[in-house]
Design a protein around this ligand. Structure first.
Ligand code: ADP
Ligand code: MG
Length: 699
């Protein structure tokens, strides 16, 4: 059996089906088919009778005859109904699609096996049941664990159903007479009591028992995670050993003066620890890439600033890149303020910087006069050249693509700068291990002292008047308020209508001259946006109506209330980010999540989680469970392939840690995988990842 055999040569496939399989499921070879795993299994060993149906919770399998076909309704409402009768009674069957085909192919009075979930509508009925001929079923797919494959819409036209796919798997297996080549070394298989490959693959499609299935799953999940980790760790070792970096041996005047004279508060323990970790990186002689994770408000900016000061002390420059103009300006203000009494030159470069400004910045960067440059993407444009860039900080990581990060590497002709990546929102550990597994990770797991936890309340649209009253009371006490509207796509006209309607409603409920309202959104010109922001920052307006442009980074300590409109439309990490805009001052802060009564189950769960906890790490774990890794913020943009076939980053954390540790130990002993027993690993890793080398090269 050659697993590379094109799928069209499998009995029952043929050129046309082969094309559909390739296009829709990326199944090109026998091997690809073997690795297309079922998503679940259903028990078809058990038969019910129509009299046993009491709930719509479980699918049932019945044996009986189908009769009394009737076409009802017209046009799009047309449906076909039929009576299904067994020895205990009868139920109704319904079809909305494929009506003609059903009518033609079902033989009236003949016995069939049907399978489906009953629903109650003037009596029990099953719509679109699976229908099988009992004669054909007998020598077919095993029944206790009938595999269910997920079938994309595009395949349904070519009549490839889950059942058809199971049959193909069976045909394939009937040709496998001897074990397939192992894809893990024997010592790993035996040491960790893993199921051998062939047995695992066979049991994942056609489990013999629950226990076999569990073992097959564990083996295949482990293997999948293990090779990802092996690949990441090999890349990291390779990079670490090759990439020389600047050594910043001293902590000098700039850092020390700032620390002793101008730091307005004492650092938290976590901040101190992380700065120490960064300082150690600077001493190794290797170029470092460190991910700094910390919850909103944990003080990442300050950690970044102090790291940059170390570079300055050693005669180098530093830069900090933010994803939006607003955020870049905010960082610029913050850092300028921190350094206002120190002889350090700081400037900002964004898309809106004028030609003259740019020229001066370029010149001062190249001659070294300018020490710290803050900015947006404008920083990585080719004409921006540094004299000697020592540290590059990237804030709010998830908005930048990998390619943009890579451009920072090339900013120096001699050696690349040290890179610090700061995430906006904590990422679940499993995800960071997989997405950023080649970065070193520091975690700021402590908030500055004196923060009062934000109170979060879920309120319905119908209670709006009460919410407005609450806002008036708070404003009367001198507080400021954000009201945020969701923008699903910056371009959608409809979303802006929500925003402008909302703005009008707010200005009516909070009229001048007593109240002033700012409005900020992505369509405004930068100077208008800046003007509106500044009015709020200065306290001239009490309410800021905004879209998610304020999501990251805005810092107005006196703003203590965050009202999020249509909160059900936001993802968890966005809600958490938005909430993080308040709770920065001494006053009790509130987050009010407004929604309609109609909520999906997931939406309700999200709002509940927000009301239950303010811990960003916990929220990110819940987010991963709800959405799955593919949908997490930034994973699409990050360019990292984490489309796992079987492992689940929301649930297989332990297996992932184990896989990472084992991969780590192996590479410690055999970095090049040159030992004979590791030959399999080397070959397999190359096979799996050579297509993807480009992404890992630059992260
Ligand atoms: P984030 O991690 O979300 O980027 P920031 O760096 O914006 O957080 O910090 C949030 C706020 O906390 C800022 O106003 C900052 O000045 C303040 N801050 C940072 N570190 C401390 C500290 N150790 N003690 C008190 N306040 C701090
Ligand atoms: Mg920040």
């Amino acid at each position: 059996m050659n697993l590379d055999t094109p799928i069209k040569f499998l009995t029952g496939v043929g050129p046309q089906r082969a094309e559909s399989l390739a296009k829709e499921l990326n199944i090109n070879t026998f091997g690809d088919l073997l690795y297309y795993f079922p998503t679940k299994y259903i028990d078809k060993s058990k038969f019910y009778t129509t009299a046993d149906i009491h709930s719509d919770a479980v699918a049932v399998q019945l044996k009986g005859v189908i009769s009394n076909f009737r076409l009802e309704g017209t046009g799009r409402k047309q449906r076909l109904t039929a009576r299904f009768t067994d020895e205990r009674g009868s139920i109704e069957l319904v079809w909305f699609q494929g009506i003609k085909w059903i009518e033609q192919s079902i033989v009236k009075g003949k016995e069939y096996i049907i399978y489906g979930k009953p629903t109650f509508y003037q009596g029990w009925q099953i719509s679109h049941p699976e229908i099988e001929d009992p004669v054909k079923v007998t020598n077919s797919i095993p029944t206790k664990f009938t595999p269910q494959y997920s079938i994309p819409e595009g395949l349904k036209n070519s009549k490839i159903t889950s059942r058809a796919l199971a049959k193909l798997q069976q045909t394939l297996w009937s040709g496998i007479k001897s074990p397939l080549p192992e894809t893990l070394p024997g010592y790993i298989v035996s040491q960790y009591h893993l199921m051998p490959l062939t047995e695992a693959l066979r049991n994942i499609h056609f489990p013999v028992s629950d226990e076999h299935l569990a073992k097959a799953r564990a083996r295949l999940k482990f293997e999948e995670l293990f090779y990802i980790q092996l690949n990441i760790l090999r890349f990291k070792r390779d990079k670490d050993s090759k990439s020389r970096g600047f050594v910043f041996s001293k902590i000098g005047d700039i850092f020390n003066t700032f620390y002793s004279n101008y730091l307005p508060f004492s650092l938290t323990g976590a901040q101190k620890r992380v700065i120490k970790e960064i300082r150690n990186d600077f001493l190794t002689g290797r170029q470092s890439n460190r991910l700094i994770q910390g919850d909103v408000g944990s003080g990442k900016t300050l950690v970044a600033l102090m790291s940059m000061l170390i570079a300055l002390d050693n005669g180098f420059q530093a830069c900090m890149m933010a994803p939006t103009e607003i955020l870049a300006r905010q960082h610029f203000q913050t850092i300028k303020e921190f350094l206002k009494d120190m002889p350090v030159s700081v400037n900002i470069l964004t898309g809106t910087s004028g030609t003259k400004e740019r020229r001066i910045i370029h010149e001062q960067l190249e001659n070294g006069e300018l020490q710290i440059l803050i900015g947006t993407h404008a920083l990585i444009e080719d004409d921006v050249k540094f004299k000697n860039l020592g540290v590059a900080v990237i804030d709010e990581q998830h908005r930048f693509g990998v390619a943009q990060r890579a451009k920072l590497y090339g900013k120096n002709t001699v050696l690349p700068p040290h890179i610090l990546v700061m995430t906006a929102t904590p990422i679940p550990r499993t995800l960071s291990m997989t997405l950023y597994g080649d970065l070193d990770v520091s975690i700021i797991d402590e908030l500055p002292p004196g923060r009062k936890p934000i109170k979060t309340i879920h309120s319905y649209d119908s209670k709006r008047l009460m919410v407005f009253k609450f806002l008036r009371d708070q404003i009367a006490e001198g507080r400021q308020v954000y009201v945020v509207y969701p923008l699903i796509e910056e371009s959608k006209v409809l979303d802006y209508k929500d925003l402008t309607d909302g703005y009008e409603a707010i200005t009516r409920a909070f009229p001048q001259p007593q109240y002033n309202v700012s409005i900020v959104h992505g369509r405004q010109k930068p100077d208008v946006k800046e003007y509106e922001m500044q009015r709020f920052v200065k306290g001239e307006t009490q309410i800021m109506v905004a879209t998610t442009v304020i999501e990251v980074g805005v810092n107005v300590p006196n703003a203590s209330i965050m009202v999020i409109e249509s909160a059900e439309k936001f993802g968890l990490s966005q809600l958490h980010q938005l909430r993080g805009r308040v709770g920065r001052g001494a006053n009790q802060s509130y987050c009010i999540l407004m929604s309609s009564y109609k909520l999906s189950q997931d939406a309700r769960r999200r709002l509940d989680i927000m009301c239950e906890t303010t811990d960003g790490f916990q929220i990110s774990e819940e987010d991963l469970k709800l959405r799955g890794p593919g949908d997490m913020d930034g994973t699409q943009q990050s360019g990292t392939p984490i489309q796992l076939k079987i492992a689940d980053l929301a649930r297989d954390g332990q297996l992932l840690s184990m896989a990472r540790n084992i991969a780590f130990d192996i590479l410690e002993k055999d970095p090049e995988l040159a030992m004979p027993q590791n030959e399999i690993l080397k070959v397999r890793q190359q096979l799996l990842f050579n297509k993807q080398q480009n992404w890992s090269r630059i992260s």
